[in-house]
Design a binder for this molecule. Sequence first.
Ligand SMILES: [Cu+2]
Length: 475
Amino acid sequence: MDTVNRRKFLSGAAAVGVTLGAAAVTRASLARLPEPVIQTSPQTQPPYMPNTGRPYNPVVTLNGWSLPWRMNNGVKEFHLVAEPVIREMAPGFKAHLWGYNGQSPGPTIEVVEGDRVRIFVTNRLPEHTSIHWHGQRLPNGMDGVTGLNQPGISPGKTFVYEFTARRPGTFMYHPHADEMTQMAMGMMGFWVTHPKGQHPLIESVDRDFCFLLNAYDIDPGSYTPKIMTMLDFNIWSWNSRVFPGIDSLNVRLNDKVRIRIGNLTMTNHPIHLHGHEFLVTGTDGGPTPKSTRRYEVTQDIAVGQMRQLEFIASEEGDWAFHCHKSHHTMNAMGHDVPTLIGVDHRGLAKRISKLIPDYMVMGERGMADMAEMEMPLPENTIPMMTGEGPFGSVEMGGMFSVLKVRKDQKPGDTKDPGWYQHPKGTVAYEWTGEPLPPATRSNAAGASAMPRVSAKELEVQIRKPGPVKPSGHQH
Ligand SMILES: [Cu+2]
């Protein structure tokens, strides 16, 4: 990226509400807390180009931003404010979370290997907190485990963490105080330590993206996550956004791309990229030795782990990029709907609708109908599967985004180029020749094990969508 673009990005960032600390920092003001920088937009902010400290190539935080710092006698000073925030998880769906500096996740912290870093942490939550700097080498008393390494930071108080960023790599930060609650509420952030100069195992790239995997349990129609949930989450998100609210990863054809991912959910996520193979160039422990690298199209990321994926974006198009657990590409509602594939509803719906006027038959042909259904949703939620593509509904939700590779995407340009225009003759098409004669095979298959049942002898659970609880069953 050239300097002009960098400047433009910086002023672009300022225009959408990032307030940079005062340019001229006086001696007196250095004795005070650095002014916290607050960001309330859920849009992906352009890379943050520093004007002090050692140079590096900044990352792009998906639907997030990087935290500016002030330089104080050679020390990079950041100010994180733990506080309640409102996060738009997708258009039309807002969550009341806890986060840092106006957003959940908090801002990405970017430093350079060898930097002396001082982080002020102010607690505006109703209970004590702390921050653990996940993966860092640091003095034990800076590790952030409440009770073990430090007392909790009480509401209203500010603590100071200080250490040297000793090894380059991909890190995270999160509370180590009432963790179950505070992480279920969205308190987490990304940390990147860039290498100083050339590193034999860290290549420079054209695009460097990062995001956290996180999950929430938010009942349709409500705003606050249920913090006691251990496994049964209904909102699977990247940086507290769900498809179609997750921005696409927009790159130029033949760009070298790095994607850094950290997992702070309660389960593993096999992250799958279409159209390209990638190498895993880094893990929690730092850059991987070259001899261990092999090409993959899916990388599982376990709880508490970080992974760096790298590839050359050499295929033009709109490539799906998602978690391969199919329930993790779905949003709230519908996870506990019984399987009705093969059940003959004919006549039944009419009879039920006499009792329950807005009853809908769901799932008789599979669940794809859900994406098109004009379903009465409660006021603050998002359909289970949604997202409009150039060919119709994408029938996805949750942990899903698109890698957009374009010949004419400008170097460093992060803007969404729109949908891919496929060259003529390169899209799957409908066969218009002689059709296959109808088969009796599928009805006969498994006849004794799976007899087709008629509506007369069928017991059906009637479930109304929305906040209304299942209303019993009907013969
Ligand atoms: Cu997943």
